[in-house]
Ligand binder design. Structure first.
Ligand SMILES: [Zn+2]
Length: 472
């Protein structure tokens, strides 16, 4: 399995620290609002990475945090006149709802920053003790970037260039730091902000320290994969490496994975352009699975464009998978339980060829675009190889092949019957009417009833056991 490592800028063979296990950390959202579709991309992409590892037989320990103390949360809480924890708990709940809709599995652990403060104080103290951090008069603790000879190794930034760019940039409240490159590990409280006691002052942690601490606590000093959006490479992930490696004295991460941006109608999504789209808004118009499908239709390291047209085409493609699964279910329900024929055995083997193509694509740095192409090859194969009289075992074999692959992508192709009681009764009435018309040889009427149902998305199939129907 090849993974593109942001740090080495190369495809590398995946070798786990512990055979058969993957320790993986994915930076999660700051919870002050409903998540937008840009937040959803890493969630879906790295959930798919996890699913593929699991499909390959790995046990995956998947940690993803919620940042629940932050300037934006404090601002929102003050606007609403409620506590910060009320805001963060509300949006953690909403985020989990969106994740469930997108079929993103819950992480093994979802730590929250505010519940990990003692660990952060401990790591900051270790950094001070080892000479990598210092405390200034007002109690702020800074990380001393120049003390870390490896700083810049992930983002490939040169310290001299960075320093040049930082010339004359003063950050308010940070006037006591020794070097413009240094970043905050702990800062004193301000009026109206949540705070915790610490050896340096009453205050709160900087943003970067939480991920170093949670990763160490739940996954150990060195982990296999750390992932997130490419906007996190610098400074967030660069700072995480500095903190973790200087505190632990060990390598932090073996493989760094970053997903590319999501654009909307070919523009960068931004508050100022007013083109922010929440997952909730999209889910009101589409099955959330369509959004998941769209996210997987491009390689995770390529920018992805979101537009109404692309959603429509994703919808049509996704529906083809679902229809294929429904047709199989329908046939399975009517099939005879008999031995697989020699022909059927051969066909099943051919169908299994799609799985090889699928795995080849996924082994190549999780190329979900090519993996989807392999799934559609399978869909085409199934659609043209379901002859009347097929055995149940054969049809079930095809179904298993399809569901196995779509499951790895987290795409649900099996739908519960969607008609309610009234609708089912109405459909049955129409079917009876059509049967009566056929009996009296009024074929024009029978056909028009079939078309009427078809217009409503109800497909009839005449079988030996009578008329069956399913939704298109
Ligand atoms: Zn992080």
């Amino acid at each position: 399995m090849q993974i593109f490592n942001t740090e080495t800028r190369r495809l590398e063979e995946f070798v786990p620290i512990t055979p058969g296990e993957v320790r993986m950390y994915v930076c999660g959202p700051t919870v002050y609002n409903l998540i937008h579709i840009g937040n959803a991309r890493p969630m879906i992409v790295f959930d798919t990475v996890r699913r593929y590892f699991e499909y390959k037989g790995y046990k995956v320990n998947y940690v993803s945090n919620f940042t629940d103390v932050d300037d934006k949360i404090i601002k929102k809480a003050n606007e609403e006149g409620v506590s910060c924890s009320e805001i963060s708990e509300r949006y953690i709940r909403e985020c989990k709802k969106d994740m469930a809709d997108l079929n993103v599995k819950p992480a093994t652990t979802h730590p929250q920053a505010t519940k990990e403060i003692p660990g952060m104080i401990e790591m900051i103290q270790e950094l001070i003790d080892r000479g990598f951090a210092y405390v200034v008069d007002d109690g702020t603790v800074y990380f001393s970037v120049k003390k870390d000879p490896d700083y810049g190794k992930l983002s490939h930034k040169n310290l001299d260039d960075l320093q040049f760019n930082m010339r004359g940039i003063a950050v308010s409240g940070e006037d006591q730091k020794r070097d413009p490159l240094d970043f905050v590990l702990w800062k004193p409280k301000k009026e109206g902000e949540p705070y915790w006691d610490s050896p340096w002052c009453k205050g709160r942690p900087g943003w970067h320290i939480e991920c170093s601490v949670m990763s160490r606590k739940y996954l150990g000093d060195t982990i296999d994969i750390h992932a997130g959006g490419e906007d996190l490479v610098f400074p967030h992930h660069e700072n995480e490496i500095a903190q973790s490696e200087c505190a632990n004295g060990k390598p932090f991460v073996h493989y760094w994975m970053h997903n590319a941006f999501l654009n909307i109608d070919n523009h960068k999504m931004s508050k100022s352009l007013g083109n922010f789209k929440t997952v909730r808004e999209i889910d009101a118009k589409y099955d959330p699975q369509v959004l998941r499908f769209l996210m997987l239709s491009a390689h995770y390291r390529s920018p992805l464009n979101f537009s109404a047209d692309l959603m429509e085409s994703a919808k049509a493609s996704y529906e083809r998978m679902v229809t294929c699964a429904q047709n199989l279910d329908f046939r399975i329900g009517n099939a005879e339980a008999k031995e697989l024929s020699a022909d059927e055995k051969e066909l099943l083997q051919k169908a299994d060829g799609s799985r090889a193509a699928f795995e080849k694509a996924m082994d190549d740095d999780f190329n979900t675009a090519d993996a989807l192409a392999a799934v559609f090859d399978l869909v085409r194969f199934i659609n043209s190889n379901m002859p009347e009289g097929s055995s149940r075992a054969y049809l079930e074999g095809l179904k298993k092949e399809l569901v196995t692959l779509t499951d790895v992508l987290g795409l649900i192709v099996e739908r519960a019957p969607q008609a309610d009681e009234d609708e089912t009764a109405w459909i049955q009435e129409k079917i009876d009417e059509r049967q009566a018309a056929r009996k009296s040889r009024d074929f024009a009427k029978a056909d028009s009833i079939r078309d009427e149902l078809k217009d409503k998305g109800i497909i009839l199939e005449d079988t030996k056991e009578g008329v069956k129907w399913h939704k298109a």
